[in-house]
Design a protein around this ligand. Structure first.
Ligand code: NAD
Ligand code: GLY
Length: 369
């Protein structure tokens, strides 16, 4: 595998969509990975789904790697506000026009928005067809392209309709990050540092040491950060593919963050930025839950410093109120019988699934806003 830096294997044996698949990571993997991209497209037909920003940059390069396939593409408008049923229907219309059969392969070429909606469509077309993730943002490389969560948003909340549907392969080619805007790169690092915050204190410390070099996209370290993130995620997803327990930890900061995204109408804040602020809110909540534990200034401060060093915000740029955010949080998918389940921590690397009262959540928001 010349030139290929890393391969992480994901295994989700207990999932209803049982799957084993490789994640190829590094500079040039799209061209160099063995097996090659084309070998994962089992039938003759391939539909590439991308958006109006990414397609002009990378669609031709991708299509050139599939010389033996009948190729089509479906280009969606850019932006989280388009991750909806209407745009999913455009993918189904493209598949219908293609007269796509059960052995069609969908390829998601884009960030998490395109990955999620393409996976959603793949899970439904003829009750489920193969799809491949070609993530083009750091966030998608380290998180959304791996683990099989697919979804679209409703006006009532984020990712409310979707399925667990695993890809057959993921190609995380770091060359595609050359054109990624700096703000999007920072948003991706929120999900990277999340893995350290949840259960890998060594990785958190490694990120603290290397943050400046990583922000300059130094290729070797960047690939290593992606590899460690994907390995972390693969380990958790392998043990709990359907999020019955441990996988909920990957939502550290997300229940708070999703409320911010909704308050910003999916346009006021990036997902990774919302997660960064959400992780801080979770740390403030944890400080209330464990006044005698070491969730004191030191852990919260280290989190705050790393978030700042990765160029991420510590509060939303738009006006919102704690009560509004609490109301948004109530629709979270981790809730059971109306009871919110949250991810507090006992310090860096020690997250767990827990509960909190509305008053404690409101106080955590107050510490942020
Ligand atoms: P995104 O897909 O909206 O991409 C961010 C922006 O970067 C877009 O404007 C996009 O066009 C642009 N872009 C993408 N690649 C580029 C490139 N190489 N060069 C230049 N511009 C590029 O956002 P995202 O942060 O990648 O993903 C966020 C989405 O992922 C949300 O919908 C979130 O809910 C979802 N998500 C899903 C999971 C999961 O497990 N399925 C996990 C985390 C996040
Ligand atoms: N992004 C959280 C998960 O995949 O479970």
């Amino acid at each position: 595998m010349s030139g290929l830096l890393h391969r992480v294997d994901v295994s989700t044996p207990g999932a209803s969509t049982a799957a084993n698949y490789p994640v190829f990571i590094g500079s040039g993997v799209l061209k160099q990975a063995v097996p090659a991209l084309e070998s994962f497209c089992h039938g003759a037909q391939v539909l590439v789904v991308s958006n109006s920003t990414v397609a002009p940059l990378y669609l031709d390069r991708l299509l050139a790697l599939l010389p033996n396939k009948a190729l089509s593409h479906c280009i969606l408008p850019d932006g989280e506000s388009h991750k909806n049923l209407q745009q999913a229907e455009r993918i189904f219309t493209a598949l219908s026009a293609l007269r796509a059969s059960r052995d069609v392969t969908l390829i998601a070429l884009g960030g998490g928005m395109i990955g999620d909606i393409t996976g959603f469509a793949a899970s439904l077309w003829m009750r489920g067809v193969n799809f491949i993730q070609v993530p083009t943002t750091l966030l998608a490389m380290v998180d959304s392209s791996v683990g099989g969560k697919t979804a679209v948003n409703l006006a009532a909340g984020k990712n409310l309709i979707g399925a667990f549907w695993q890809p057959v392969a993921v190609f995380a080619d770091t060359d595609l990050l050359d054109t990624l805007p700096a703000r999007e790169l920072s948003a991706g690092f929120a999900e990277v540092l999340k893995y350290g915050a949840i259960n890998d204190a060594d990785f958190f410390a490694w990120l603290e040491q290397n943050v400046n070099v990583l922000m300059h996209k130094e290729p070797t370290l960047l690939s290593e950060a992606i590899r460690r993130s994907v390995q972390n995620k693969a380990d958790v997803v392998g043990r709990d593919p359907l999020e019955r327990g441990e996988r909920m930890l990957l939502n550290f900061g997300h229940t708070f963050g999703h409320a911010l995204e909704l308050a910003g109408n999916y346009g006021g804040i990036l997902h990774g930025e919302a997660v960064a602020i959400g992780m801080l809110a979770a740390a403030h909540l944890s400080a209330q839950l464990h006044p005698n534990l070491a969730v004191d200034g030191q852990h919260t401060l280290r989190l705050q410093n790393l978030i700042r060093a990765f160029g991420l915000p510590q509060k939303p740029a738009f006006a919102t109120r704690s009560e509004e955010l609490l109301a948004h949080m109530k629709l979270d998918k981790k809730s059971l019988s109306g009871q919110l389940r949250l991810i507090p921590w006992r310090g860096i690397g020690q997250a767990y699934v827990g509960n909190a009262s509305d008053e404690q959540i409101l106080r955590a928001w107050a510490a942020i806003l």
